[in-house]
Design a protein around this ligand. Structure first.
Ligand code: IPM
Ligand code: MG
Length: 347
């Protein structure tokens, strides 16, 4: 069980440190942790946000525990050298095409949402976001038009096999939950979305037990704040999934609690909190490590089939929260290490 630990930038190192403690507390036989540099931290050391040696560590591992990347002071660099390229590069290089972003409200934390508690309290959804295609990875550039105006352009496309494989992930996830799948697209305007919708409908023939609906992305954004409890599994493309998953996290109200998994076709996966590097509080011991700890639970579940251990971690986090151990993001005052201590104690 070789796990690559890529802490990255900002609060990444602090929060991954606590997640590593949690993994070590479980004393899993054969567990081996290997660190690697990513993001701005890697750029400063090696001149690249995703150096070759880091990719090698990733390829030699069974799973990756990832902190965060992002560093405003490097935003002037050409795009290929910016910290974000580390996570985009890992997704592409390792074929991590399926991003699972669960959004659930923990009991007693309904008040954190800016939505009314009776609305927020019903949120229990999973966003399945495609991660290897779409406008993210299409050709792009800036050019000067004949009349001298500059134009930026990005190519959006999905091939049918790319849609099919993520659709399968969506349908299977729905089978394991309440058997409802909502495919989100913009088929009223985009050809890419029309093909997306056609292919999702084709795949649905293999899942007669799952109720499939379709929703335009603008409407989905509305429904997410109007009646988020109506959603179970949402499957969508890279760009729409990026936006809707941030929105869903804010409906829950506690970005410091949300974990995610990015899965390949094998059991390999990358696990990361969905919050970013939060440079404003980095290095101060203030960051809430729970999302990263919960990402470690997802890692055990999805890459190693260790459901019991994953559930133990989740229960320990829930117990700490129920006992009032809350970070600043949840309106509490517990620091990074204190929260790690509390979870470890409850394990
Ligand atoms: C995310 C992030 C990334 C994305 C950035 C850092 C490139 O926003 O994981 O959602 O857009 O996918
Ligand atoms: Mg995002």
């Amino acid at each position: 069980m070789r796990i690559a630990v890529f802490a990255g930038d900002g609060i990444g190192p602090e929060v991954t440190e606590q997640a590593v403690r949690v993994l070590e507390t479980l004393a899993i036989p054969g567990l081996e942790l290997v660190e690697g540099d990513v993001g701005g931290a890697a750029y400063r050391k090696h001149g690249h946000p995703l150096p070759e040696q880091t990719l090698e560590i990733a390829r030699s591992a069974d799973a990756i525990l990832f902190g965060a990347v992002g560093d405003f002071s490097l935003d002037h660099l050409e795009r290929a050298l910016r910290p974000e390229q580390a996570v985009l590069g890992l997704r592409k290089e390792l074929g991590l095409f399926a991003n699972l972003r669960p959004a659930t409200v923990f009991k007693g934390l309904e008040d954190l949402s800016t939505l009314r508690p009776e609305v927020a309290g019903k949120i229990d959804l999973l966003i399945v976001r495609e991660l290897n295609g779409d406008v993210y990875f299409g050709e792009k550039g800036t050019r000067t038009l004949e009349d001298g105006r500059r134009q930026g352009w990005d190519m959006m496309s999905y091939a049918e096999d790319e849609v099919r494989r993520i659709a399968h992930v969506g349908f299977k996830a729905a089978q394991g939950r309440s058997k409802k799948l909502c495919s989100v697209d913009k088929a009223n305007v985009l050809e890419t979305s029309q093909l997306w919708r056609d292919v999702v409908i084709e795949v649905s023939a293999e899942y007669p037990d799952v109720e499939l609906t379709h929703m335009y992305v603008d409407n989905a954004a509305m429904q997410l704040v109007k009646n988020p409890g109506a959603f179970d599994v949402i499957v969508t493309g890279n760009l729409f999934g990026d936006i809707l998953s941030d929105q869903a996290s804010m409906c829950v109200g506690s970005i410091g609690l949300l974990a995610s998994a990015s899965l390949a076709e094998t059991s390999f996966g990358l696990y990361e909190p969905i919050h970013g590097s939060a440079p404003d509080i980095a290095g101060k011991g203030l960051a809430n490590p729970m999302a990263t700890i919960l990402s470690a639970a997802m890692l055990l579940r999805h890459s190693f089939g260790m459901e019991a251990e994953a559930a133990r971690i989740e229960a320990a986090v829930a117990a700490a929260l129920a006992d009032g151990v809350k970070g600043g993001d949840l309106g509490g005052s517990a620091g990074t290490k204190e929260i790690g201590d509390a979870v470890v104690a409850r394990l």
